[in-house]
Structure formats: C-alpha cells, structure tokens
Design a binder for this molecule. Structure first.
Ligand SMILES: C[S@@+](CC[C@H](N)C(=O)[O-])C[C@H]1O[C@@H](n2cnc3c(N)ncnc32)[C@H](O)[C@@H]1O
Length: 208
C-alpha cells in the first residue's frame, strides 16, 4: 500500500492532523482541569483516530484474510477507513461504514477521494444502530470504533450477518465501557478466538 502515493500522502497528512488535534485537546483538558471545569470533547471536530501501527495492522489483517465485505462502526474523518478500503480494493471488496456527525462524513468522503479510494467505500450518515441494521451479510470483517457503549448492541445486531471465520476488531478495548462486549467474546471460547493487541487497546477475534 505504501507504494501507492495517493494513499500514503493522504494518510501522512491525516495522521499529522489527528496528532495535532490530540495535543490540542490534551491542552484544553489540562486548562479545564486547572480551573475545575469538566472538559467535553468537541465531537464534530475530534479525530480520535487509530494510530499508524493499528492502521497498518487493519490493512494487514484485511489483506491476508482476503476480506471483501468489510463493515466499520465509526469512521470519523476516515483514517481507519482508508486502511480498510485499501485492502478492500486489493481483495475486490468494499467497505460500509457509518458516522453520526455529518461534518465528519463529509470530511471522510473528501479524504477517501484524495486517497483514490472513494469507489470502494459507502458511508452511511447517522446512528449506526439504524444505518448498519440494513447491511447485507455475510460480513468478512467487522471493525468497531464508534461510541464504546454501543459496541455490544452493534455487535449483537450484526452477529447474525457475520460469516464463519469472520474477523472482529475493536479499538479502545482497554476501556471500562467495553468490558461487557469483551466478556461476551472471551467467555465463549467455542465461538470466538480472542486476543488483545497493542497493549490491550485492540481486540482481535475470529468467529469460529
Ligand atoms: C473513535 S472515532 C472513530 C475513528 C476512526 N475509526 C478512525 O480511526 O479514523 C468514533 C466515531 O464514532 C462516531 N459515533 C459515535 N456514536 C455513533 C453512532 N451511534 N453511530 C455512528 N457513529 C457514531 C463519532 O462521531 C466518532 O467520529
């Protein structure tokens, strides 16, 4: 993929913007704490994106598995989506993703066009609980990276559409809000083989 100039240039710029946004929000959080205020994310502008190593892992795993029907919950400005779409293009497949924020949907569409990958992605604007309810299976790879408290309901909704051998990936797997979702997978070793990668941040499982 890194041989593709459009993709690597777009990703470099986006990772830089995401990092700058992280630093800005860190500063704002510190300032808010100093005056006893509770800091709230600006959801419509925050990237909250996967880092480059996780992104490259998404690309790697989607490639080696030959995933064609890829579904993502939460695209933000499209960084993770670019990694998944690059693999979908290689595999003759497609990504369906969703985001609640219209501004991010437009940003992701723009960034996918810049990367030359817009023909390999459909972005459904709105709440994934309704937008992803209509997707057709069998799903080869599911990536969860939207609101953490919705991992479990989104997963339960999509489980009947997962093919046997499907790959399930979830970012922020080290957060308290996703404990129940993690437990669902780890407590059923006959159904799922589950690992925690990147210091526990990424859950990677197979539906057996
Ligand atoms: C962590 S960010 C996604 C980052 C993205 N996967 C990346 O790596 O570039 C989470 C995103 O989920 C979106 N989101 C939160 N709740 C949602 C919902 N119910 N339906 C769809 N998107 C949602 C947020 O707007 C936010 O952009």
């Amino acid at each position: 993929m890194m041989n593709d100039r459009l993709i690597s240039d777009t990703l470099r710029t986006l990772h830089e913007k995401a990092e700058a946004d992280n630093l800005l929000r860190l500063e704002e959080r510190k300032k808010a704490a100093a005056v006893g205020k509770v800091y709230g994310h600006r959801w419509e502008t925050a990237y909250l994106a996967v880092g480059k190593p996780e992104g490259e892992f998404l690309y790697f795993i989607a490639n080696v598995s030959g995933a064609k029907n890829i579904v993502e919950f939460g695209c933000s400005f499209g960084i993770s989506t670019i990694y998944l779409a690059a693999a979908a293009r290689n595999n003759g497949g497609h990504v369906i993703t969703s985001d609640l924020e219209q501004n991010k949907v437009e940003g992701a569409r723009h960034n996918l066009r810049e990367a030359g990958l817009d023909n390999f992605v459909t972005i459904l604007p709105g709440d994934a609980i309704s937008t992803l309810s209509s997707i057709e299976g069998p799903v080869d790879l599911l990536f969860l990276d939207g609101a953490k408290e919705l991992y479990l309901p989104v997963f339960n909704m999509l489980k009947p559409k997962l093919k046997r051998g499907a790959i399930i990936l979830a970012d922020n797997a080290d957060k308290e809000e996703v404990r129940e979702f993690n437990q669902l997978l780890t407590s059923a070793p006959d159904e799922y083989i589950t690992s925690f990668l990147f210091d526990g941040r990424l859950l990677a499982a197979t539906f057996i």
